[in-house]
Design a binder for this molecule. Structure first.
Ligand code: OAD
Length: 244
C-alpha cells in the first residue's frame, strides 16, 4: 500500500513515539475483538464475566470463561503487525508501546518497552493478598485455585469498574505527554481511561496517526487515518520508515 507523504514525513522526523494498541491488532492472530459484529461482547455480557461483582457472585463461571480465552491466547501467534512494531522500536530513541490487550503477543513478537494497562490474562492475582503468579498449571484448572493466604486467585486483568494498575497508567500517561508521534492501532478508543491517551498526546502537540479497518472514536482527533488491516498497514509503515 502507498503510505501518504505526510505520514512518511511524520514517521521519519519523530524522535519519541508512543503507540496505543487494542484488540484489532490481534484479530489477524485469531483473537476476536470486543465490539463489532463478531465481537466477544456480542456473545457474552461483560457484566457476567468481566466485573469484580460477577467474580464474587459466580467465581466458577468467570474462571471458566477466562480459561476459554486463555486457550485462544495460547494457541495464537504474533502477526506481521506485532512484528512490525517490534522492529520499529529499534529505530527510535524513545518508543513506548501501550497496549490494552491482555494476550502478551507484543512481547512474544519481540517488543520490549511494553506497558500493559489492562493486565495479562496468563497471570493470576490473589484477590485477598494481591500476590501475582504466572502458573501454567492454573490455566488447566476448572475452578479458581486458592492462595496460601486462603484467598481465591483470579485472572490478573482489569475488569469493568476497576482502576488501572497505577504504575502502568503513569507510564502510559507520561509517554503520551512526551511523544511527538502517537500511533493508534486497532482500537475503538471507546474505553476509558485508555481512550484519554490520544487526547493527552494531542494536547501536548504530538502528530496522531490511526490504523484501523474503519473509523473509531479517535478519528475526529487524529491527523491522519489509514484504513486497512493492521497486518498489512504496519509492515508498509515500517518499509516507509526504513526508506524502502
Ligand atoms: P474493540 O473491540 O473495542 O475495538 C477493536 C478495533 O479494532 C475496532 O475499532 C475495529 O474496527 C478494529 N479492527 C478490527 N480488526 C482490525 C484489523 N485487522 N486491523 C486493524 N484494526 C482492526 O477493542 P479495544 O479498543 O481494544 O477492556 O477495546 C478496549 C477494551 O474494551 C479492551 O481492552 C477490553 C474491552 O472491554 C477490558 O477488558 C478492560
Amino acid at each position: 500500500m502507498k503510505v501518504p507523504e505526510e505520514v512518511v514525513a511524520a514517521l521519519r522526523s519523530a524522535g519519541s513515539v508512543t503507540v496505543l494498541t487494542g484488540a484489532g491488532i490481534s484479530a489477524e492472530s485469531g483473537i476476536p475483538t470486543f465490539r463489532g459484529p463478531d465481537g466477544v461482547w456480542r456473545e457474552v455480557d461483560p457484566e457476567d464475566v468481566a466485573t469484580p461483582e460477577a467474580f464474587l457472585r459466580d467465581p466458577l463461571g468467570v474462571w471458566r470463561w477466562h480459561k476459554k480465552m486463555r486457550k485462544l491466547v495460547l494457541s495464537a501467534e504474533p502477526n506481521p503487525a506485532h512484528r512490525a512494531l517490534a522492529r520499529m522500536e529499534g529505530m527510535y530513541e524513545n518508543f513506548t508501546l501501550v497496549t490494552q490487550n491482555v494476550d502478551g503477543l507484543h512481547r512474544r513478537a519481540g517488543s520490549r518497552n511494553v506497558v500493559e494497562v489492562h493486565g495479562n490474562i496468563l497471570r493470576d492475582r490473589c484477590q485477598d493478598c494481591g500476590k501475582v503468579v504466572e502458573e501454567p498449571e492454573f490455566w488447566e484448572m476448572d475452578s479458581p485455585p486458592r492462595c496460601s493466604c486462603g484467598g481465591l486467585f483470579r485472572p490478573d486483568v482489569v475488569w469493568f469498574g476497576e482502576p488501572l494498575p497505577k504504575e502502568a497508567w503513569e507510564e502510559a500517561e507520561g509517554a503520551s505527554k512526551r511523544c511527538d508521534l502517537f500511533l493508534l492501532v486497532g482500537t475503538s478508543a471507546s474505553v476509558y481511561p485508555a481512550a484519554l491517551l490520544p487526547q493527552v498526546a494531542k494536547s501536548s502537540g504530538a502528530y496522531l496517526i490511526e490504523v484501523n479497518v474503519g473509523p473509531s472514536e479517535a478519528s475526529p482527533l487524529v491527523d491522519s487515518s489509514i484504513f486497512g488491516r493492521a497486518g498489512e498497514v504496519l509492515p508498509s509503515l515500517l518499509r516507509a520508515l526504513e526508506g524502502g
